[in-house]
Design a protein around this ligand. Structure first.
Ligand code: 3PG
Ligand code: MG
Length: 404
């Protein structure tokens, strides 16, 4: 891949390879509730192992704030990783120093070890050079397979890339390839579906996308702020009224720059927000004062389907309604299924990611049918904002050192 060295560019046999992955998986009562991040890193781990490397797995887990927090240990994840990988995985109680070194010393070629949560040390998040050197001492080569952590300039995501010969893992490679296909050199027309609750968290993203895509479809709570900015009644809907001016600026900017912003024609409203609450469909300009918008309506969903049918590329971030609380999932489900069908027929390249998006697509039963679903939350958003991701930039930087 242009700009990056990958596992194709290095001989790892007999080398100790530090692999940064994202094992920050959702857990409930000690059990992993979604193992997508684990399955995504298996190709890299298998390949390194098959090629005879000693594979040292690094990750953070949750936000322990620079000190050991027993409930945030990666130990329970080691067992899940071992099951997924089909081989036993020893666990080292620290990610640097003697515990790490002795666990690595016991590895044979092809063996895999998991080190404890990198964020148990405050230096990790400070991108501290001395700490980075201690970590780099453990290995010969650095592989970053954690796109979803690439927005963090931490020791294990950034500094290590400058201290060891650095390569993109297979997961990182696939992720970057799809993201480039979706926004950097996309087949046009390009549509973006942008949902979620708040405009305030997506301002930079909208500003960047206006220049890059042909149509921005806005749904979720965000759409309410835009409807309000256009002078519509939004009743009791979630709405950031203080951002009305900003929303109007965005709408104006979009016109000047040739990007169509599409707001829902009709919406689903209810008096209260709870599962199964009595609801009705109303035109977006007729929201009753005592009701709230909780989803896009069927006319909007059908129109969005027609719009997507005319596009070649789709970037999707955020649900179009309160999808976790039926019946307010209908809009998201309908549009997601349309996008999946267009993808299946080869007419659309569809890339989705960020926060609730994977859960929303899963709920619609189509997560597997998109061209690519990113496991990244914050990193996907920052990428949509057009920001340089430190973890990616460090890999792309001309290498100070290269492995033979
Ligand atoms: C994520 O879950 O988005 C990544 O693992 C990064 O975690 P963070 O937001 O705590 O840095
Ligand atoms: Mg995050």
């Amino acid at each position: 891949m242009a700009g990056f060295r990958t596992l194709d560019d290095v001989n790892v046999a007999g080398k100790t390879v530090l692999v940064r992955v994202d094992l920050n998986v959702p857990m409930k009562d000690g059990r992993i509730t979604d193992d997508l991040r684990i399955s995504r890193i298996l190709p890299t781990l298998h390949e390194l192992s098959r090629k005879g490397a000693k594979v040292v797995v690094l990750s953070h887990f949750s936000r322990p704030d620079g000190k050991p927090v027993p409930e945030m240990s990666l130990k329970p994840v080691a067992a899940a990783l071992a099951t997924a990988l089909g081989s036993s995985i020893p666990f080292a109680e620290d990610c640097v120093g003697e515990p790490a070194q002795s666990a690595i010393d016991k590895l044979r070629g092809g063996g895999v070890v998991l080190l404890e949560n990198t964020r148990f040390h405050a230096e990790e998040e400070k991108n501290d050079l001395a700490f980075a050197k201690r970590m780099a001492e453990l290995g010969d080569i650095y592989v970053n397979d954690a796109f979803s952590c690439a927005h963090r300039a931490h020791v294990s995501t950034e500094a290590l890339a400058h201290l060891l010969p650095a390569y993109a893992g297979r997961n990182m490679e696939v992720e970057l390839k799809h993201l480039q296909a979706a926004l950097e050199k996309p087949e046009k027309p390009v549509a973006a579906v942008i949902g979620g609750a708040k405009v305030s968290t997506k301002l930079e993203l909208l500003g960047n996308l206006i220049d890059k895509v042909d149509k921005i479809i806005i749904g979720g709570g965000m759409a309410n702020t835009f409807l309000f900015a256009q002078g519509r009644e939004v009743g009791k809907s979630l709405c950031e009224k203080n951002l009305a001016d900003t929303a109007r600026d965005i709408l104006r900017d979009a016109v000047t720059r040739g990007c169509a912003i599409i707001l829902p024609d009709d919406v689903v409203v209810a008096r209260e927000f709870r599962q199964g609450a009595p609801s009705k469909v109303v035109p977006a300009e007729r929201v009753p004062a005592d009701q709230m918008i909780l989803d896009i309506g069927p006319v909007a969903a059908a129109r969005l389907g027609t719009i997507l049918a005319d596009c070649k590329t789709l970037v999707w971030n955020g649900p179009l309604g309160a999808f976790e609380t039926p019946p307010f999932d209908a809009g998201t489900v309908t549009v997601a299924r349309t996008a999946a069908a267009l993808t299946a027929s080869g007419r659309l390249l569809s890339v989705a990611g960020g926060g609730d998006t994977v859960a929303a697509l899963r709920h619609a039963g189509v997560a597997e049918e998109f061209s690519y679903v990113s496991t990244a939350g914050g990193a996907f958003l920052e990428w949509l904002e057009g920001k340089e991701l430190p973890g990616v930039a460090a890999l792309a930087a001309p290498a100070a050192v290269a492995a033979k």
